[in-house]
Design a protein around this ligand. Sequence first.
Ligand SMILES: NC(=O)c1ccc[n+]([C@@H]2O[C@H](COP(=O)([O-])OP(=O)(O)OC[C@H]3O[C@@H](n4cnc5c(N)ncnc54)[C@H](OP(=O)(O)O)[C@@H]3O)[C@@H](O)[C@H]2O)c1
Length: 319
Amino acid sequence: MFFVAGATGFIGTHLIRSLAAARLAARCLVRNPRKIPRCTDAGMEVSLGDITDRESLRGKLDGCTVAVHLVGIIEEQGEMTFEKVHVRGTENLVEEAKRSGVRHFFYQSALGASPGAKARYAKTKAEAEEIVRASGIPFTIFRPSLVVGEGDGFTGRLKELIALGPFVPVPGSGEARLQPIYVGDWVKCFLSLFPDPSRSADAPSRLFELGGPEHLTYNEIVNQLMEAMGVNKPVIHLPLGAVKISLPFARITRTLGEVFGKKIPPVTREQLELLQTDNICARDSVERNFGFTPLTYREALPLFIQRTGKGRGSPKSGH
Ligand SMILES: NC(=O)c1ccc[n+]([C@@H]2O[C@H](COP(=O)([O-])OP(=O)(O)OC[C@H]3O[C@@H](n4cnc5c(N)ncnc54)[C@H](OP(=O)(O)O)[C@@H]3O)[C@@H](O)[C@H]2O)c1
């Protein structure tokens, strides 16, 4: 049986639905009881727990052969810092996996994870990878670029931003390149390695960088999304320094916006940092390692655009 931490998130929701379709069983770690139906509706078992609370994990992985760790945050909230969730949380999960005799540990890192990274998101992802590598449990690490699909937070926020005013604000030059991969293709890669938890548990340790078939600048992504939405608005580039200075006032602007019925999507210093750096790998990363050509962003958009974004009944707004 799989143990899935992060099953209630964007990628996790898609993963457990596909596991259910393949008649594979999983026990899902859920920290918010209101989200239990997301897992039980897919026919999965549920265990309540929080990866930052070691005691809450005790015994929860017993009987599972493959642990799938999808927990991550893109924004720190209160005491849930990158250090606490990515580093301490991974330590807790790995320790409990060892205690339970889990035979393979899957960790979802991110492209750009590096101990020297400026963004703490990427730095703490690298630290978490190191904990997984040092665990002694055979592991698989995925480092994807941007993952897109129904319920993805990135497309959801960008859609709101595009719909907001007469022009579309882009912080900085918008020339940093991303390599969007469709979530259905991410799941295909996962299932090709783990078609069955008991047989795949003895797979050797590996790390895969993962991205779609194209490198697209942020500007190109904005334009393709506008096209798919049937919207044509001018793009205005905002000087990065000014955006950073205005961040402390963003909450006020957001609240005011909501008063006037305008949804202003949140942006953090961390997200700004990430949007200024290339987040790409080899264009054939999926073809070479998994033997199929993933969808381009343009091909994937019609599959999920209507069902992504606030008020569209999205399963989850994630990264
Ligand atoms: N989406 C992307 O483009 C992308 C790209 C590269 C890497 N990644 C990585 O892929 C993973 C999944 O991403 P996603 O987009 O699916 O994220 P997401 O939608 O934000 O989901 C995150 C999941 O982690 C859970 N979680 C957060 N803190 C937790 C804690 N302390 N204890 C237990 N569960 C906790 C969330 O539970 P709740 O439902 O209760 O909040 C949710 O199930 C993350 O590690 C992310 O860094 C994502």
